[in-house]
Design a protein around this ligand. Structure first.
Ligand code: BTN
Length: 321
């Protein structure tokens, strides 16, 4: 119905024609117009003349994101106005055999999840996206995949004019604030991956009560739509994913490092329990996606963990005191 309203444009389309074209009753047309209105579409209903679409909501609906993507990797789109977590939905689809390139996208989430079991605030104005991937690599070689996804998001954001930086392993930052985060979940056997779900949350419009540590796409790209941002990031991820599969992470290393906000910084890396694993100065990233830290006269390669900048850590301690 949306497609018919769109192609009717300014002229509009009668309820009768809609019912006939779509093979439904006039009552069904009325019901669907009401649903579209509830979803935020603005539709003028002129008695005797029909319906005219006058406004499209700025929301990451799958049917709005899909036509804005260009990469053929993305073949199936699911989702809608709200869900608990798009990662949960994508996991279910993956378990049911959904093919690589299945996308779940939602305009908000009721139970968005972040890394280390944290909640991911998912209000209107953001885009919440999860994709099903089935990379033909061994689980041991999948280490850099989260970095690959974060790099793809950064590149997608750059096409909108957002100067995105990367904080290892998979945060996308700008102006010191976090603009996007990636949550990777995997199901694998010893030497084969069954599925990967890569979920990312994008802060697009600044909400009424913005989070202090967050950054928003619109602050850097005032005209970027939510669906447009999701599509740009999906396309960025597809290109980086393909390059990684074909050429390995070594090929993407320069691109990742040139955006890294950590190089040369004094950092502390903690594990999931918050225990410090290593502290030192970041020297770079290796071809396996590990963070290289110079500590105690040697270089340590860290495969996972949470990085805190030393200066942020001092500030956190000060404010706690
Ligand atoms: C993090 O930085 O901790 C990762 C955040 C990942 C959030 C996204 S939003 C879409 C997808 N669904 C979820 O429940 N989580 C991810």
């Amino acid at each position: 119905m949306l497609a018919s309203l769109r192609s009717a444009g300014e002229q509009g389309i009668s309820g009768e024609t809609l019912a006939r074209d779509l093979g439904v009753s006039r009552v069904a047309v009325g019901k669907h117009i009401a649903i579209l209105t509830e979803l935020g579409y603005e539709i003028d209903a002129v008695p005797g003349r029909g319906y005219r679409l006058t406004g499209i909501p700025d929301r990451a609906f799958p049917w709005e994101v899909r036509p804005l993507t260009r990469d053929p990797l993305w073949r199936r789109f699911e989702g809608g106005l709200t869900t608990v977590s798009t990662n949960d939905d994508a996991r279910t689809l993956a378990e049911q055999g959904a093919e690589e390139g299945t996308v779940v996208v939602s305009a908000r989430q009721e139970g968005g999840r972040g890394r280390f079991g944290r909640a991911w605030s998912s209000p209107e104005g953001g885009a919440y996206v999860s994709v099903v991937l089935r990379p033909q690599v061994s689980p041991a070689d999948a280490g850099p995949l989260a970095l690959v996804v974060a790099l793809g998001i950064a590149k997608g954001l750059e096409t909108l004019g957002v100067p995105a930086g990367l904080k290892w392993p998979n945060d996308v930052k700008v102006g010191g604030g976090k603009l996007a985060g990636v949550l990777l979940e995997m199901n694998a056997e010893a030497d084969a991956i069954r599925w990967v779900v890569a979920g990312f949350g994008l802060n697009v419009a600044r909400p009424d009560s913005p989070r202090a540590e967050a950054a928003y796409v619109r602050d850097y790209s005032p005209n970027a739509g939510v669906a447009q941002t999701a599509a740009a990031c999906l396309d960025g991820v597809a290109v980086m994913y393909r390059e990684w599969l074909e050429e390995g992470f070594g090929r993407l290393l320069d691109e990742y490092e040139s955006r890294s906000v950590l190089t040369g910084e004094h950092v502390v890396v903690s594990n999931a329990m918050g225990m410090v694993r290593v502290a030192g100065v970041v020297r770079g990233i290796d071809a396996g996606g590990r963070l290289l830290i110079e500590a105690d006269g040697g270089t340590v390669a860290v495969a996972s963990g949470e990085v805190t900048l030393h200066r942020d850590r001092d500030m956190a301690t000060e404010s706690a005191v």
